[in-house]
Write a protein that binds this ligand. Structure first.
Ligand code: PLP
Length: 383
């Protein structure tokens, strides 16, 4: 069986976890602090704050942006449901705009028309690792004095050309960027998240809120020669990452260059060979973007049955997933009518298939996936 994804873990991560366990300090502590420093350096961010996952990262970023009850946040429906849910945690309403069919990302054309006096922020997504068009989104956000939050859950190591230079997603180019370390992403800590921001005061808020808004962190009390009483100036959350997770993350981060080059190599092979199959379109990077290829989404033509293709692949021992979901089509969002059609979002969900791509995937495994797709979609051409 060829899985859709597989985390890259070995003795190095196991040894790091052992070290933390034997140190006696396993929750948020020195490993988290070191992971934050290393992550910030990796993406070129002034501040990075580790949290329990990307969903909680998004929640805190929206709170820092001032999003509250009754506000509107412009975002996409075509994303993992956590994107929209994070807006609702703030008591706000996600206003969904459609995507561009070639990048699966927020269509900047649609954003301006969606802005109302209630709009409090724009939440864009670098979907499956493909950078969204920040160069066009950022001026719109700035012109309307709206914070721009980047859902970079899948985009560790992805790059965007910015003022003539390649820069990593998460610098951040907007106000804050949120990352995920779930095993479906290219680096994993089991579960985990990171928020990078350009604002020192936002970073301070994240640190307070992630630990119940406790005025004196436990690490400080633990090492203090004097008795300290903490206070709780506002409502906070338990959104901490543990030192066990952070130790795994530090090892994972060292693997990033290798993981990126291998994924880009495999994406190039898919691109060259699958594009020759009639009725199938492969993803293409805009000239200003470099994906980390967190997922590889092929697009079937309208007359091809997505379910049949996926079943035929599964019968051949190849696991796939359908295109990214649309939150507005889920029962949890039935109470939130969309003011306009989200045609491209729905079409992308119905016509795309995510095919296996993981670091340890062998050439033979990739050949098998390609051969099977040729057989299913172009049986004549394949003989
Ligand atoms: C995975 C994902 C999330 C959620 O990340 P968690 O770490 O699982 O909370 C949010 N947004 C997008 C686009 C994702 O792909």
């Amino acid at each position: 069986m060829i899985p859709i994804a597989k985390p890259t873990l070995d003795e190095r991560e196991a040894e790091a976890v052992r070290r933390v366990i034997l140190s006696g300090w396993i929750t948020q502590g020195p490993e988290v602090a070191a992971f934050e420093r290393e992550f910030a350096e990796c993406v070129g961010a002034p501040h990075a704050c580790a949290v329990s996952n990307c969903t909680t990262a998004l929640h805190l970023a929206l709170l820092a942006a001032g999003v509250g009850h009754g506000d509107e946040v412009i975002t996409v429906s075509h994303s993992y449901i956590a994107t929209a849910n994070s807006v609702r945690y703030c008591g706000a309403r996600p206003v969904f705009v459609d995507i561009q069919p070639d990048t699966f990302n927020m269509d900047p054309h649609m954003v301006e028309a969606a802005i109302t006096p209630k709009t409090k922020a724009i939440l864009c997504v670098h979907q499956i690792g493909m950078p969204c068009d920040l160069d066009r989104l950022l001026p719109i956000a700035r012109q309307h004095a709206l914070p721009l939050i980047e859902d970079a859950a899948c985009a560790i190591g992805s790059e965007i050309r910015w003022n003539g230079k390649w820069e990593r997603i998460g610098k951040p180019h907007g106000d804050a960027a949120c990352f995920s370390f779930h095993p479906r992403k290219i680096l994993s800590t089991g579960d985990g998240g990171m928020i990078t921001t350009r604002h020192k005061d936002w970073d301070a808020k994240f640190r307070l809120w992630r630990q119940h808004s406790m005025s004196v962190p436990d690490t400080v009390r633990h090492g203090s020669p004097k008795v300290i009483f903490e206070s709780y100036p506002e409502i906070g959350y338990n959104y901490r990452m543990t030192d066990v997770q952070a130790a795994i993350g530090r090892e994972q981060l060292k693997r990033l260059p290798d993981i990126l080059s291998r994924r880009r190599e495999m994406a190039a092979v898919y691109g060259a060979r699958l594009s020759a199959i009639p009725g199938l379109r492969v993803p293409v990077e805009p000239e200003w973007a470099r994906s980390n290829w967190q997922s590889y989404a092929i697009r079937l033509s309208e007359d091809v049955d997505q379910l049949q293709v996926m079943q035929a692949l599964l019968d051949g021992g190849i696991s796939t997933r359908r295109g990214i979901m649309c939150a507005h089509r889920e029962p949890a969002y039935a109470d939130l009518p969309c003011p306009w059609p989200l045609t491209e979002s729905e079409r992308a969900q119905e016509q795309c298939v995510l095919v296996p791509l993981y670091h340890a995937m062998t050439k033979q495994e990739q050949d098998l996936v390609i051969g099977r797709l040729e057989n299913i979609l172009a049986p004549v051409a394949a003989v």
